[in-house]
Design a binder for this molecule. Sequence first.
Ligand SMILES: Nc1ncnc2c1ncn2[C@@H]1O[C@H](COP(=O)(O)OP(=O)(O)OP(=O)(O)O)[C@@H](O)[C@H]1O
Ligand SMILES: [Mg+2]
Length: 322
Amino acid sequence: MVEPLMTITNLKKHFALKKNVFSKNVIVKAVDDVNLEIPRESIFAVVGESGSGKTTLGRTLMKLIPPTAGMVSMDGKDILTLDKKAFLPYRRKMQIVFQDPYNSLHPRKLVKTVIGEGLKIHFKGISEMEIRDKIREVLLQVGLREEHMFRYPHEFSGGQRQRIAFARAIVLEPEFIVLDEPTSALDVSVQAMVLKMLQEARAQNALTYLFITHNLSIVDYFANHLAVMYLGRVVETGSKAEIFDHPAHPYTRLLMNSNPIPDPFLKREKQVVRGEIPSPIHPPSGCHFHPRCPFAKAECKEQEPQYREISSGHFIRCHFPV
Ligand SMILES: Nc1ncnc2c1ncn2[C@@H]1O[C@H](COP(=O)(O)OP(=O)(O)OP(=O)(O)O)[C@@H](O)[C@H]1O
Ligand SMILES: [Mg+2]
């Protein structure tokens, strides 16, 4: 097997919350014991309902927030323990694009500054000429034009701003990009074009994406690997083909059944699974999903299921896979 680009081992991110000055801290296990291997040059989708920990996973493995426990290795190196200086090359190799293109770009900076400012930090001694050339090149790659570098972000539509945010990421020649719901704030007609651009840029630059989304139709169209999260845990992961053909966790099945539209661009709504998502502060005992699971038995309430491999590369956290 090809070495994965990234290996995530027992990763945890817990937040301590204080309701008021008299109360004790309560712990939110936003990411709880996550184990994943992200193949090189793959599009690895992370799906799950709101609050399942997708964004926290992305931010923790980018080292934007400190982990509670666990390891993330990239090219065989444990990156979470590196100090600031040693991490600097990885800061460049790993980029993130956020959901909201309106808040993620500085309104008073020209596009050329927005895209170019990271270059001076990461490519010491780069000339103004080289910066200009690189900006021109990435603008064309994301489907914009050279003269756009002299405009301000507010002069662009949402889809164009997301292209600028993506250009800012790829100009640093990264290997890995977290895309956190990059198209969910966009009109449906624009989504398709931005996804196509992302797909072409991935191939052209040999990139690996961690693609966070609510939309399984987009996963089907776009991704080749998939992890399903529920209350901070990965409940199922594997290749997209395997999971779409043989979903084994009842939660994955319910997500798929509630998302039957084959065309990813017809709907942008979130999946609806029967029942409320339980509070992450007091998650259910045993298997977190048992109160909503149509197949739950006594054991599911009492015992936490182990994370185990049911076929090559297909992992699941369930006592009674379907
Ligand atoms: N800084 C924080 N402090 C405390 N709790 C947090 C913090 N960030 C996230 N959480 C909690 O962690 C859990 C996971 O949040 P996260 O934003 O990662 O979910 P998500 O899957 O990205 O959801 P969405 O689909 O709504 O974006 C939630 O219960 C959230 O309230
Ligand atoms: Mg999120």
